[in-house]
Each structure stands twice: as structure tokens, then as C-alpha cells.
Design a protein around this ligand. Structure first.
Ligand code: UD1
Ligand code: MG
Length: 451
């Protein structure tokens, strides 16, 4: 890996009018991570990278989001939208103390890969002063065309200024550019706005650099990597590409997906070796599944950890804070939230476990509910190891069930149960012989009006 130091400027000022949204465009998510987060990830793994994010005016939520996703990054406000070069100069204070490399990325181009960014940096390391990440566009309309002579990028021509011959070029600017840090500020400051849009085009840096005798080149990416998002249809296209990448990666790393196109991943989903995922499973953010576990059909997991060899679903819901040890079983229509489930414990049917801990090898019967909420506060249910909770039990928190305790089916418990005790919290059964026969006779008479 390169030892060169890095600054990166991420342009995120776009309002994204065509998203028809109250939120800034780059806050829309792919794989449950805002687009800007995807681009930040491509830079954050470079040790010591200095990151500037250019935001528009009145985007406090975006500023907060950036602070959360990239705590070291600085936000710079571009007050007026006067073009991409103008946007970069909003982060002038960064450029005044340059590093070896400067990268400029667009936050609405979320699918760019680490490999593509690395190629831009390699070209800088090899001596280029300005590098553009280009791609072969199926339809180049609207993109800046890369005018090449051999390996030299002579100029980037925007659609509106391009000649007919230049418009025929299909090798286009993705928007990702690299600069030798030492020359970046002077070069970008020299860009003017004498063009059809009256904007300061960052792309003019290519021609200006050539005029200064600097070395300007291009490297390539696939069109899928540099797809931009302007509306929600394009957002969905990027989501689909992202999902198919995640599925591919999972399968190649040893995960079986029985129907890959029906499994939805988040950007941070981690699945161990020999995990099997049945059809129609959704992984929300923050899920880790350890080796050999099986996630059965129609399960929804979010903020959850599933231990090795566990069996989840079908139709299970693991919500944030569900921490399952190895070899647990969680069956159909079971919801688990903010709860630890010990090794080998079973919660197999129609149950809600919230704000709880369940010890190893305990068995939670069908229909058990932890009553964790009284409309005001949340309370914990602690179930020890090797417990047996009978079906349809209602455990009113806060409550503690000691190790090895038995709870009779249908109990409603409000008091703690000591170790190895049997708790029965239900009315006594009484049986009236022959009473059913009498009842039937009475009811039939009432219906027909005859005694
Ligand atoms: C730009 C490139 C074009 C490239 C294309 C790739 C320029 C002049 N043109 O064109 O060569 O092929 O992207 O998609 O750079 N932005 C700001 N402030 C501004 C203007 C833009 O932050 O004042 C941000 C936008 O939010 C966006 C990015 O910069 O994320 C690109 O701006 P946009 O107006 O979309 O440029 P394009 O015309 O698409
Ligand atoms: Mg654009």
C-alpha cells in the first residue's frame, strides 16, 4: 500500500431536486448506508487521510451525519453553487496545507470501488500531476468527454462546449479526479467560468495543467462503478448493483445463498463460513452471523449477532441488541430485541423476548411474552440457565427466574422465582362432571324455545 499522504474532498452540496425529497440527495441510502457514507468508506481506510466534505447551506442533518460516519472529517459550506471547481475551493483551508495526493470525489457516485480509487492514486504515485477516472459510457450524453492523445489527457470537454467530434467520444469523466497535492490549489484557483453554464468547471483543470507542461492522464473504471444518482429510479439501480455485489462476495467467501436475488444485505453484513441463508431473508444494518448458522426463509435481522451453528427462522425477527450465543434455536414468529440468548437455548415459537437475558440451555415455550414495558419505562427479565418456561407464560418485568427453575404453562409471573423452583401462576383447574351435558340441554332449549 502507498505511503503517500492523502487529502480527499467529497462534493456533497447537491440538493438533488430530482430526488423529490426533504433530505439532501447524498443522505439517501444504498445498503442502509447513506450514499455519502459509501464514498467516505473508500477513503477512510487510508491511514491518516484528511477528509473535507463540501455541503450546501442549511444542511445540518448532513453535517451531523458526516460527523458520525467520519468523525475526523471537516464540513465546508459552499454557499453559492457556482460549479465543481468552486465547490472544491470551499475547502480551500485544506488545500492550503497540501498532502502528497488530493482526491476529489462526488458523494452521489456511491458504487466506486477501492480498486478504482487505488488506480487513481497509483497514477499519481507514478508521476502524474492530474488523473481522471474515466469510463466507457454506453450513452455519453451529459458527461464530460475525455480528449486523449496517447496516454495524455489533453482536455475534458463538457457536453455543452463539446464539438461534434468531441461528442462522439465515449470515454467519459466519472467525476473522480486526483491531483498532485502541491499543485492543486494554484491550478484549481486558476479555473475560470467562461463557458456555456457560467460555472467554474473542475474539469478545466486538465487543459490548464497541460498548458503548464504538467502530466495529465486517465485511468479506467467500469460504468457500474461510477454510476451517478439523480433520482430514485437511479438510486434503485445502484441498490441492485450493490446487492448483487454483496451476494457475490458472500457466496465466494463460503456462504450458501439458496436464492441469492431474494436476500438483501446491508453495507456491513458479516456472514461466516458455511452459513446458509434460505430465500427471502433481509439483513438490516449491524448483523453478524457466525460459521455454520442457518437463517431460514423470511427472517428479518437487524443489529443482531447470531452464534455459530444457530438455527434462525423461518419467519424470525431479530431486532437491535439481539445477541445469540452458539447453537441457539429461534423459530417462527419469534421476536427478540435487546436480549442475550445463551448457548443451546431454544425459543422456538410465537414469542416476544425483549430487554432480557436467557441462560444457556433454557427452553422458552410457545407464546411466552416478556412484558418489558408499562407505557413509561422498560424493565428486564432475567432467566437463568437450564430453565423451562411453559407455553403461554407472561413474565412481567422486572423479574428474575433462577437457574433450573420450571414455570408452569399459562403462568403470569410478577414475583421472582428461585433456583430449581416450580412456579405456577394460574388459576386452579376445577372439573364439574356431567356439567357439559346439562349446559348443552339448557342452551338448546333456549334456542328452540321448547323445554
Ligand atoms: C460533472 C462533470 C462531468 C462528469 C460528470 C459525472 C464538471 C464540470 N463536470 O458533470 O465531467 O462527466 O460530473 O457525473 O465537473 N457540485 C457542488 N457544487 C457545485 C456544483 C456541483 O457541490 O457548485 C457537486 C454536485 O452536487 C455533484 C457534483 O458536484 O455531486 C457534480 O456536479 P453536477 O452538476 O452533477 O455536474 P455534471 O454536470 O453531472
Ligand atoms: Mg451530475
Amino acid at each position: 500500500m502507498s505511503t503517500r499522504s492523502l487529502q480527499a474532498i467529497v462534493l456533497a452540496a447537491g440538493l438533488g431536486t430530482r430526488m423529490r425529497s426533504a433530505a439532501p440527495k447524498v443522505m439517501h441510502e444504498i445498503g442502509n448506508l447513506p450514499m455519502v457514507g459509501h464514498v467516505l468508506k473508500r477513503i477512510q481506510h487510508y491511514q491518516g487521510a484528511e477528509i473535507g466534505v463540501v455541503v450546501g447551506p442549511q444542511m445540518p442533518d448532513l453535517v451531523k451525519l458526516v460527523a458520525r460516519l467520519a468523525p475526523g472529517a471537516q464540513c465546508h459550506e459552499q454557499v453559492e453553487r457556482l460549479g465543481t471547481a468552486h465547490a472544491v475551493l470551499a475547502a480551500r483551508s485544506l488545500l492550503e496545507t497540501p498532502k502528497d495526493d488530493l482526491l476529489v470525489l462526488f458523494a452521489d457516485t456511491p458504487l466506486v470501488t477501492d480498486a478504482a480509487v487505488a488506480r487513481v492514486r497509483e497514477a499519481l504515485a507514478a508521476g502524474a500531476d492530474v488523473v481522471v477516472l474515466g469510463f466507457e459510457a454506453a450513452n455519453p450524453f451529459g458527461y464530460g468527454r475525455l480528449v486523449m492523445r496517447g496516454d495524455t489527457l489533453l482536455a475534458i470537454r463538457e457536453e455543452k462546449e463539446a464539438s461534434e467530434a468531441e461528442r462522439a467520444i465515449t470515454f467519459c469523466n466519472s467525476g473522480i479526479m486526483g491531483f498532485r497535492g502541491a499543485i492543486a490549489l494554484e491550478l484549481i484557483s486558476a479555473i475560470g467560468n467562461a463557458n456555456a453554464k457560467g460555472e467554474y468547471y473542475l474539469t478545466d483543470a486538465a487543459e490548464l495543467a497541460n498548458a503548464r507542461g504538467l502530466k495529465v492522464s486517465a485511468v479506467s473504471a467500469s460504468e457500474d462503478e461510477v454510476r451517478g444518482v439523480n433520482n430514485r429510479a437511479q438510486l434503485a439501480e445502484c441498490e441492485a448493483i450493490f446487492q448483487s455485489r454483496m451476494r457475490q462476495e458472500a457466496m465466494l467467501s463460503g456462504v450458501t445463498l439458496q436464492a441469492p436475488e431474494t436476500v438483501f444485505f446491508s453495507h456491513d453484513t458479516v456472514l461466516g463460513v458455511d452459513v446458509t441463508v434460505e430465500p427471502n431473508v433481509v439483513f438490516g444494518p449491524g448483523v453478524t452471523v457466525e460459521a455454520g448458522a442457518r437463517i431460514r426463509a423470511f427472517s428479518h435481522l437487524e443489529g443482531a449477532h447470531v452464534g455459530a451453528g444457530s438455527l434462525i427462522g423461518p419467519y424470525a425477527r431479530l431486532r437491535p441488541g439481539a445477541q445469540l450465543a452458539a447453537d441457539t434455536h429461534v423459530g417462527n414468529f419469534v421476536e427478540i430485541k435487546n436480549a442475550t440468548i445463551g448457548a443451546g437455548a431454544k425459543v422456538n415459537h410465537l414469542t416476544y423476548i425483549g430487554d432480557a437475558s436467557i441462560g444457556a440451555r433454557s427452553n422458552i415455550g410457545a407464546g411466552t411474552i416478556t412484558c418489558n414495558y408499562d407505557g413509561y419505562g422498560k424493565y428486564r427479565t432475567d432467566i437463568g440457565e437450564g430453565c423451562f418456561i411453559g407455553s403461554n407464560s407472561t413474565l412481567v418485568a422486572p423479574i428474575r427466574i433462577g437457574d433450573g427453575a420450571y414455570v408452569a404453562a399459562g403462568s403470569t409471573l410478577t414475583e421472582p422465582v428461585p433456583e430449581d423452583a416450580l412456579a405456577i401462576g394460574r388459576a386452579h383447574q376445577s372439573v364439574k362432571p356431567e356439567r357439559a351435558r346439562d349446559l348443552r340441554a339448557r342452551f338448546a332449549a333456549r334456542k328452540t324455545g321448547k323445554p
